[in-house]
Each structure stands twice: as C-alpha cells, then as structure tokens.
Design a binder for this molecule. Sequence first.
Ligand SMILES: Nc1nc2c(ncn2[C@@H]2O[C@H](COP(=O)(O)OP(=O)(O)OP(=O)(O)O)[C@@H](O)[C@H]2O)c(=O)[nH]1
Length: 642
Amino acid sequence: MSNSEQTPPQQSGLNVNAAEFNFNLNASEFVPSFGTTQVNPPGYENPSYQNTYLYNQDPQNMYYNQQYQQYGQYGQYEYPQQYYNLQQPYYYPENQPPEEPEEPEDNTISFSDFENSRSSKPKVTPGPKLGFKSINVGEEVRQVVEQEEAPKEEVKVAPKVRKPVIKSITEKPIDKAALIAKLRESAANEEQPLVEPDKIKEPVNIVFIGHVDSGKSTICGSILLLSGKVDQRIIETYEQEAKRLGRDSWWLAYIMDQTDEEREKGITVEVGKAFFETPTKRFSILDAPGHKAYVPNMIGGASQADYASLVISARISEFETGFDRGGQTREHAMLAKSLGISNLIVVINKMDDPSVNWSQDRFEQIKREMSPFLSEKCKYDLSQVHWIPISGISGANIIERVKPETAPWYNGPTLFEIFDSLPLPVRSAEAPLRIPILDRSKDQGIIIYGKVESGQVVKGQRVIVMPIRIKGEIVEIIGAEESRLMYANAGENVRIKLKVPEEVEIQRGFTICDIHDVCHAAQEFSADVQLLDLLEEKQVVSAGYQCVMHAHTAVEECEILEITALIDVARKKKSKTSFGRSNQRILMRVKAEEEICVEPFTKMNQLGRFTLRDEGKTVGLGKIIEIVEAAEEAPEEEPANK
Ligand SMILES: Nc1nc2c(ncn2[C@@H]2O[C@H](COP(=O)(O)OP(=O)(O)OP(=O)(O)O)[C@@H](O)[C@H]2O)c(=O)[nH]1
C-alpha cells in the first residue's frame, strides 16, 4: 500500500458540494451518480491525495469497503457513506414545491450586520463542569477535569432543573449612588479595605484564539512574565515540571495551563484567565483552547472578549495545517467575528523558529493568504485588523521591539503598543445590569464568575437571577488580584459572592440582572441566521433540525421550528422557503429546550447573538429578531426575600 493511502490527508471531513450529486429519489437508497467535475477538496491538492480521493469516489470500486474501513480507523477521512444510507428525511431543492415569490415581512436586522461589532461585548458562562479557570500565578490550581483520553467535543448543556419561582417585584428600586456613598463611608473601617475600581485604566478583555499549538498559552505566559506578574521562584518550578514531563519548552505555557491534564497532554482545555496592565488599560486575558474538541470553551471565552488575538504559527507547515487543512484558524476567526469582536490582532508567532528565522517573506505570505478570508468570508474591516510578528518564547516584539539585527524589516508597533492603541468599547453604567454567569463554585455560599456585560453591580445590591427568577444579594465583589470592590462597572471581570436560598442551583448561562429590569427568559424566538458549511449527512436545515445553541455563556439544545425566508444578500431580497443549505442566510423560528437569557439583538447585541453547533461543527451564526415570551408565572414569595 502506498504512503498516500496509509496517511490520509489532514481533513476533518470532505467538503463535497451537494450539487455534485444527482439523487434518484425513487430508489430505496439514495445512490449518487458522479458528474464529470473533478472535485479537489482542500487538503487533496497533492496529486497522491487526489488519486486517493477520486479512487474512493467510485461507489462501484471493489475496494471501497476496505478503503472506507482503512480511513475510518484514522477518524479523519469520512467517506460520505451517508449518501448511501440516509437515516434522516433528506430534501433537495429540486424536490421541493416551487417557491412562491412572496415577500415576507422585512424584519431582518440589516444586510451587512454580521460584521456589526458590539458596543460592549457579551460574556459566556461555562457549563456545570468547568470550562474556565482563573489563573492564580504561583498557586497550583489542580482541577480534576473529566475528559476522555482522545477528547470528543463535550456539549455541556445545563441540567433540566429550572423552575421559575417568582416574578412579583415588590421591592423599591435600588439607589446605587446612595449605596456606593454608604460603602465609601464605611470602607475605611473594614478589616480588608473596600476599594473602587481603577477609574483611569479601563477594564478590557482580550481572548487568545487560534489553531492548537500555535502558541497561545506560551504568549499569555510571556505577557505575564514580562509584565512582572510571575516571579523567578515560580518560573523555576514550572521549568522543572516541564522537564519532568519531557516538555522542556512548555514552561511558559504552564503559567496558563495549570491542570495536570493540560500539562501532560500539552493542550489547553479550559479557558485560562489572568490579568495584566498596559499604560492605559487593565486587561483580562482569556486563553482559549485551540483543540477542536474544546470549541465550546473557546466560544465561552471569546464571547466575553472585547478584542481577539488570533495566533498563527509561522513554522513551516503549521500555518498551512491551521489555515488550509481544516484547522481551527478559520473557525476561530469566524466565531470571534460572529461574537461581535471587530478588533483583531493577528499574531504571527514562532518567528524565531529555524524554519522561519524572522523571514519577512513568510510574514507577508501569511498576511496575503489570510487577508481575503478575514475580510470577505469573516467580514472583518481590515483597518481594524493588526498584524504583528512575534516570538512567544523569546518575548521579542511583545513589550520590547524585536532587535533590528534580527528583523530589520519590521518597524511597526509592539504587541503592547497595539493593545494600548485599541479603541475602548462603548459602555454605560446606566444600562441595565447583566452578568451572564461563566462559572460558579461553592465556598461558604455561592461564588459566581463572570463579566459585567452591561450596567453596574454594587456590593449589597439586591439582584435577580434569570431565567430562574430567584432574588439574591451581592455579598462580595472580588476584582483582579483579589481586590474587594465596592462596585464593578461594565467590562469588569469579577468573582461575586451571591446570597440566594441554599436549595437554588446556579448554572452557567444564568444571568444576574437588576431587580427592576430583567432580561428576557425565553425558549422560542425568531432569528436571522447565516448558515455555514453544514454537515455532510445533514446538508439541509428545515423544521425539526436539532442542534446545540450557544448564546453568551449559555449552552442549550434547540430545535428549528420553521424556516420562513431565504435572504439573497447580494440582491437584498427575501423569498419564502422551508429549508436552508450551506452558506445561505435564512430567517427561522427556533426553540431552545429550556429557557435561556436573551434579548433581541437590536436591544442588547451581547445577549442577542447565538451560534448553532451540530456534532462538533459550527453550522450557523444567528441574531435574535423577536422573542416569544414565556407565560407569566403566578407571583409567589421567595425565601431569599424574607
Ligand atoms: N519556536 C517557538 N516555539 C513556540 C513559540 N510559542 C510556542 N511555541 C511552542 O509551541 C508549542 C505549543 O505551545 P502552546 O503555547 O501550548 O500552544 P497553544 O496554542 O496554547 O496550544 P493549545 O492551547 O493546546 O491550543 C510548545 O512546544 C511551545 O513551546 C515560539 O514563539 N517559538
């Protein structure tokens, strides 16, 4: 057997256009007949792979089964067997009744809106098992992560334990200014003083995304090291541990990757979180996992961020694997944009690698190849995309500019200079309070983690937890570096001690709201959805299609109730339809299995976006148009209020 047969291409699945096949719908099985068009999907450009691919396309081929099993072992090359053995009803446009040229009501958000940035961004809560970890540099955080050896994408849908408890609001609206004034008076008498958040440096959040092993954790580790957040003693411990695990070069990544599993496997699983400052901003770093099995955690991290650093390995073949051959570079870039991030820093890393040697040609080649994808496919405005060559390992170009003798061609800003120049998100303390819960734990009460997405939260404030409609009280607000805060404004990443009745189970995706201005808790809504490449075995989305919805920090199973229109973006026209296919834009009605906290996109875009994922693949990016409200519960007194 030739090498090409033994080593299937780095392809997570063939991207075969359905139009290449003609189906005989009268046959008991759908048998594809192949046209004359030769399909060379990405990853099959190599002639030997093309041969393998074409060879396997022939359903008559006597070696088909043998080949299928062979590739099945690798779990990479999924021959489209589903075309032979369809379990699901399967519709193609030719078999649909003719479309009625009826124009549905124009209720889309806009035709160019998938590039809208958020004014202040949503944050996402991880599921019942942690998808998030807080980095306490110098303190070993050993969390048991229940993951399989070969990780499959986990879908941490919240358990079904939600029961609306109260809806009646009898309390007076809170005067936050008076509460803060009182806290100021008593602040000095506190054993551990209460402080106000830094008013000079704005809190901002940056997520590091990109293909697995591109160097995200190493760069984050370097940032913390160079900004003085890690001391020499800790570094020595990490160096020793990296050596012990036979991963000498990974010690910088260990600053962020703190669980045993992450260190042993050399991959990030949970979103690591840490803080650093530049002259004008206070940054929360979110180090997202690059492995495709952990995309849900990546979505959680990215949905909290104001900016994204898309890390690319410049090492020969690593850029190509991440970008061209089904890697996570494209998916992460697109997800970040769909989550409202418009300021993107493309960090071209590993420039020190001997295969790159700070080559300007390699830097320019990556920029040239990625730019059309970022602007045309993801809809980034290239004037908001920054490009920088760095070495995460040596720290070159992070705070200090790379030496002129190393890269005489680069005279642009350092990474920190770019960080400092990024525009601040627009936020208002007057807006309604929204803190989507990213994670929670128990420590003499309930501790929740999350970003203040909108509004202001004050110590002592009474709040309501949606969608369970439970009232509670903010007992403690902990900011960066364990500071005890009087209040936190939008943008702050905080840990909050929350007083709620003991029996209440707080879950990721729940949202803390002002008591008199709660968010919507809804199961059903209409949405404007951009479909991406659908699964090979489910190439049509229609009523009954089930998948998983990620909205800010919430993850919920959902079902499409109805497709109402197909949008022709180029012609700015809509036509009635009952199904959607890959890369089409459609209007739909969708129903989540449980209530989730959402808002119409036009009201609060942070809570108005969602991502649809099916079998580990992102299949759609949506914006909520209209919410179908749940029926009002009969008012009931809740114990926390007594
Ligand atoms: N030569 C060189 N190697 C690097 C650089 N940055 C990271 N690496 C190496 O690349 C490997 C992966 O680094 P990580 O920082 O764990 O990569 P990651 O993107 O965080 O990985 P995941 O989070 O698992 O996706 C490690 O062996 C690092 O030492 C760099 O600037 N130069």
